[in-house]
Design a binder for this molecule. Structure first.
Ligand code: KIV
Length: 285
């Protein structure tokens, strides 16, 4: 049977018939607490979303795109415009995964109202199912404000990259009893405020396991613990696109070397005039 596409003009998204897979929902992800581990990866483009979608439960359009796609020094320079453009592309490229979009630095911290304005723009322009924001106790009222108004929120505690200047770097968190207690309080506050999912990044392992036991929503670990309810990695890190990555990254490929090798072969063939051949050129009629 051939596939036909209908264009949804509100999201610019092409819906295939027959649908390859039914899209998961936020409540379905919430029910995975303590059950089958949740598979989450970042995605920033439509084509990557198409490739990852059948294997993932959640696709995160992370503000890590600042460094990964734009070569920025940190996530602090990422804008709402960037998140909306890449978020819409990932929604267009996926049919199965729940798509969550990071709220960029400066778009939500000022007040719950500011956060609602930014989050509702993200949701309307992308068609995503929810947003993610960083922070602990101080952000709990904002998480409650958004959740109670129909915007599913994923929290993010522990190592929160948007706070790199306040934290003094990207090192693992929770090495002192005071820091450990603070991260636990942060996680509970965000979960109790209504977050449907909680990313725990870069904390010493027992803290992530303790948070996972203590909160009602599923937890997603990155540099955290195998006991979390799911795991996330930055896609370019796990594909081996960068020479240097954090200790918690496992490389599942060495794509940087394979791309360099393909470019080297192409360059050699162009220079030796062995590309294009008859197979890649149009003959006259
Ligand atoms: O921006 C991002 O990619 C993230 C993940 C690392 C969790 O927040």
């Amino acid at each position: 049977m051939s596939t036909t596409f209908t264009l949804d003009t509100s999201t610019s998204r092409a819906h295939p018939t027959p649908a390859p897979m039914k899209r998961l929902t936020v409540p379905a992800i919430g029910k995975r607490k303590g059950g089958e581990p949740i598979v989450m990866l970042t995605a920033y483009t439509a084509r990557m979303a198409q490739l990852l979608d059948p294997h993932c439960d959640v696709l995160l359009v992370g503000d890590s795109l600042g460094q990964v796609i734009y070569g920025l020094p940190s996530t602090l320079q990422v804008t709402l415009d960037m998140m909306c453009a890449h978020g819409a592309a990932v929604v267009r490229g996926s049919y199965h995964s729940v798509v969550i979009i990071d709220m960029p630095f400066g778009s939500y911290e000022q007040s719950p109202e500011q956060a609602f304005a930014s989050a509702s723009r993200i949701m309307a322009e992308t068609g995503a199912a929810g947003v993610k924001l960083e922070g602990g106790e101080a952000m709990a009222p904002t998480v409650a404000f958004l959740s109670q108004r129909g915007i599913p929120v994923c929290g993010h505690v522990g190592l929160t990259p948007q706070a790199v200047n306040a934290l003094g770097g990207y090192g693992a968190r929770g090495r002192s009893p005071e820091e450990e207690a603070k991260i636990l309080r942060d996680a509970k506050a965000i979960a109790d405020a209504g977050a449907f999912l909680l990313v725990i990044e870069g904390v010493v392992e027992p803290i992530a396991a303790a948070i996972t036991k203590a909160v009602a929503c599923p937890t997603i670990g990155i540099g955290a613990s195998v006991d979390c309810d799911g795991q996330v990695l930055v896609i370019d890190d796990m594909l081996g696109m960068f020479e240097r990555t954090a200790r918690f990254v496992k490389r599942y490929d060495d794509l940087a070397a394979r791309i360099a090798s393909a470019a080297e072969s192409y360059a050699a063939e162009v220079r030796s005039r062995s590309f294009p051949t008859a197979a890649e050129t149009y003959a006259p009629k």
